[in-house]
Design a protein. Structure first.
Length: 223
């Protein structure tokens, strides 16, 4: 299981880097003095776009300031009762990620600023971890949710199925907040449930969503 990254830079270098990034944040109107403050809604990324939103740029700078941080990891846990088709579950998760470009977006730096780049559609693996009981599943899931993301190379979505028995599982998906906000939670859960049921039933899966993850937050922010 991955452990949180620890920087090997000297205190002096860390201080210099922090001062530089604070100046960059202030110059862009992004520094509110508290990196734990609310970030605001995430703007959905469309295919072909190359402009980070205010919220995404701010999160990217915080990641540069504190590499390996996990405070902006967003864990989603599903307690599953009954037999789970792991292949169908992975297909459902892959389908959601394929439908929403923001979940496939990484943020390499160009001239010191993040430029969104949408990765090609591909499968999202669901790792299966056998655990003896629910407390062990929760412990393992907590550790799993605390592994850092790489915003430059991605992926920014990962998932593990912690299996206690053939009919009792804890499914945990972790997404970085740069691609996901509170407004997206309901849509994500509905879509993965719907796609899973469609795959099990052999029904055709609609590849283009009526709305994108981030739309609700953007509309609320504009209202």
């Amino acid at each position: 299981m991955s452990r949180q990254h620890q920087s090997e830079a000297s205190p002096a270098k860390l201080d210099d880097r922090e001062a530089l990034l604070r100046r960059m944040l202030r110059a862009r109107g992004l520094d509110e003095g508290d990196s734990s403050a609310g970030i605001g809604p995430i703007t959905p990324v469309r295919e072909g776009e190359a402009v980070a939103s205010f919220a995404q740029e701010r999160l990217w700078f915080f990641d540069q300031l504190q590499p390996g941080g996990v405070v902006y990891n967003v864990p989603l846990a599903f307690r599953l009762v009954g037999e789970v088709d792991v292949q169908a579950l992975a297909g459902a998760l892959s389908g959601v990620v394929a439908r929403h470009a923001v979940l496939r977006t990484v943020f390499p730096a160009v001239d010191g600023r993040p430029v969104p780049r949408v990765l090609p559609v591909g499968g999202v693996p669901v790792v299966v971890a056998e655990v003896p009981d629910w407390p062990a599943a929760v412990r393992e899931a907590t550790e799993f949710s605390r592994a850092p993301f790489n915003l430059v190379s991605g992926p920014l979505v990962r998932a593990t199925l912690f299996r206690i028995s053939p009919t009792a599982c804890l499914f945990v998906t972790v997404v970085h907040h740069i691609a996901f906000d509170g407004w997206s939670l309901g849509m994500f859960m509905r879509e993965i449930t719907t796609l899973y049921e469609q795959i099990l039933a052999g029904d055709p899966v609609v590849s283009t969503p009526a709305r994108s993850i981030g739309d609700s937050g953007r509309e609320a922010d504009a209202s």
